[in-house]
Ligand binder design. Structure first.
Ligand code: NDP
Length: 292
């Protein structure tokens, strides 16, 4: 059965729009910083800003040249931290090679860190504090499972990929002693031995590695739930554009053997945006409760 991420993300956006339509006065505001002209990043940023407009969140785009220095980028972040009109700051990744993402992400005020990547929020998430901003893609996956009525409590979840953006925070979210979690989590990576055997023990597999069509039918057990995070471009002359977007899962092979599967596109991707909007709204509400 297909998990329709687009539909679930639309539901979340409708809920947000409903809440925002009932708020008079200033609306939440998200600042999006983009460095350089990385084509996929330009597309992601415009999708995020369009989604903001659809639910009634204002957004500001700060475009910086790819040669911008780390210091100049940090100055922009500091200005946004100080701007009381801005509730959320998103720094679109990846950054050019000369900028260390860990250094600059730390400069975003944790109270405006709607991408949930600041060590303060990551730490709070790890110790199970709900008032943290959770990273958009991992939290989107958790919501996707919950809203698809897939109970992960006590189940073995194998996450392939240990990035700070997806794998590690997802493991932290799914292992918590809280509703919608309580999974037994294994995190695999490029050095993992016997990956196929590990995957064969999984009730739920999350593939987040950036390797097109990596997960094959012989790597999953019958009835497993498959969440595909990957976004990969592969050549395909049958397509007008000459390429197509595929996930990390060989969808055509795996779909007949699993119980649930997310498509690419239309699975995890839309949830990432929905959570970004939700986090921005959460930040806005927090400032309404305790104006600075
Ligand atoms: P990273 O490149 O940061 O991390 C990839 C991870 O996969 C690493 O931990 C790496 O291991 C592991 N890995 C790579 N190859 C293998 C392999 N053959 N076997 C086992 N493990 C492997 O990627 P991200 O986490 O940022 O992204 C992963 C994918 O998800 C990409 O396709 C990306 O585009 C997509 N993505 C999609 C989002 C969405 O909204 N749908 C959001 C974010 C990402 P090691 O650590 O040992 O190198």
């Amino acid at each position: 059965m297909l998990i329709d991420g687009k539909k679930i993300a639309n539901e979340i956006q409708k809920e947000l729009k409903f809440s925002l339509d009932n708020i008079s006065g200033p609306k939440p505001c998200l600042a999006v910083i983009i460095v350089g002209n990385h084509p996929p990043s330009l597309i992601y940023v415009s999708r995020k800003m369009q989604a903001c407009a659809e639910v009634g969140i204002e957004s500001i785009r700060i475009a910086l040249p790819s040669e911008v220095s780390e210091e100049e980028l940090i100055l922009e972040i500091v200005k946004l931290n100080q701007n009381s009109r801005v509730n959320g700051i998103l720094l679109q990744l990846p950054l050019p090679q000369h900028i260390n993402p860990i250094t600059v992400l730390r400069e975003i005020s944790p109270a405006k860190d709607v991408d949930g990547l600041h060590p303060f929020n990551v730490g709070k998430m790890l110790i199970g504090e709900d008032d943290a901003f959770f990273p958009c893609t991992p939290y989107g996956i958790k919501i996707l499972l919950e809203r698809s009525n897939i109970d992960i409590s006590g189940k073995h979840v194998v996450i392939i990929g240990r990035s700070n953006l997806v794998g590690k925070p997802l493991a932290a979210l799914l292992m918590q002693n809280t509703s919608g979690a309580n999974a037994t989590v294994t995190v695999a990576h490029s050095r993992s031995e016997n990956l196929k055997n590990i995957c064969l023990t999984a009730d739920i597999i999350v593939a987040a590695i950036g390797q097109p069509l990596f997960l094959k039918a012989d790597m999953i057990k019958e009835g497993a739930v498959i969440i595909d995070v990957g976004i990969n471009k592969i050549n395909d002359s049958s397509q007008k554009a000459g390429y197509k977007i595929v996930g990390d899962v060989d969808f055509d092979e795996v779909k007949g053997k699993c119980s649930f599967i997310t498509p690419v596109p239309g699975g995890v991707g839309p949830m990432t945006i929905a959570v970004l909007l939700r986090n921005t709204f959460k930040s806005f509400i927090a400032t309404q409760k305790s104006p600075s």
